[in-house]
Design a protein around this ligand. Structure first.
Ligand SMILES: [Zn+2]
Length: 287
């Protein structure tokens, strides 16, 4: 023991130096390790960036990001990043271009429809007339066909490939109204006993296609003169049930409303509603 003590006393300076060197190298090692962690999974956001509950601005905003806060990356979906904040103890989605990842910003005028296949279903047809207006002059099956054909030509002008359930006044059974496509739109017009109800309703099958439904609802509302009525879910509608892709059934106004009928029979108004559908599809594919 004496020898050991003597050795320590004799080499105190050297031992101290070795201990300090070890401490110094440990600190450097931890710093390097942390910097790797920052590069890989911790990001910052631009000031006050909105954080949404899902990967689209159609979802509700949870809060606006805080200055200087580091967020952990949890997931990615297209241009969107899911981040987790220790401070808030919750995760949310932010647009990638608003983060230190510097993902490209969405081009609003970009045509995302080129090469996409859209299945357009003109509701009713042939012996199935659908609803009839109060004036008795307008049948739903004629309006759905006119609207669907207009949609076809607008989509094709954008370079999309369009499949139709019918292109003339023929009866097509519900179970045959399906096709391989990237998205599906079924065109209908609503009807109720009284003439008070007006406006646009978008129906979708399940939560998976909620974003698709809201995107179309918002863009048709923006373009057309239809009153924005509601977006509803219904898993009983045959055309939606058998659809193999994002699908919606659009009720583009009420046959039973004199106000809506006067608009629906006018090509200019129909053109606006159809432009809204095209914009919505483009926004959906660009999201
Ligand atoms: Zn219908």
């Amino acid at each position: 023991m004496k020898r050991v003590k003597q050795f320590i006393l004799n080499n105190l300076k050297t031992l101290l130096f070795v201990a300090l060197l070890f401490l110094f190298l440990s600190v450097i090692f931890v710093i390097i390790l942390n910097s790797f962690k920052t590069n890989e999974s911790l990001i910052t956001t631009k000031e006050q960036a909105p954080i949404y509950t899902g990967p689209s601005s159609r979802y509700p905003v949870l809060y606006n990001s805080l200055d200087g806060v580091k967020y952990e990356v949890r997931d990615r979906s297209g241009r969107w990043v899911e981040i987790y904040s220790d401070e808030k103890n919750q995760s949310g989605w932010v647009e990638g271009y608003l983060t230190s990842l510097n993902l490209p910003e969405k081009e609003t005028n970009h045509n995302y429809l080129k090469g996409k296949t859209i299945f357009v279903d003109a509701g009713h047809g042939g012996k199935d007339q659908g609803a009839t207006s109060r004036s008795g002059k307008t049948h739903e099956k004629d309006l759905t066909l006119k609207t669907a054909l207009m949609l076809k030509s607008q989509l094709e002008a954008k370079g999309a490939i369009v499949k139709m359930s019918r292109t003339d006044d023929t009866f097509v059974p519900l179970k045959e109204r399906k096709a391989h496509a990237d998205a599906m739109v079924s065109i209908h017009f609503d009807s109720l006993k009284d003439d008070f109800a007006t406006g646009l309703t978008v129906i979708y099958k399940d939560a998976e296609y909620e974003d698709y439904a809201y995107t179309l609802f918002n863009s048709i509302s923006n373009k057309s003169f239809l009153i924005s009525r509601e977006v509803v879910t219904n898993d009983e509608l045959a055309v939606l049930k058998i659809a193999e892709q994002p699908a919606v059934l659009l009720e583009l106004g009420f046959m039973s409303s004199d106000v809506d009928e006067s608009m629906l029979v006018d090509k200019k108004y129909r053109h606006l509603a159809v432009s809204g559908i095209v914009d919505g599809l483009n926004a959906y594919f660009g999201a």
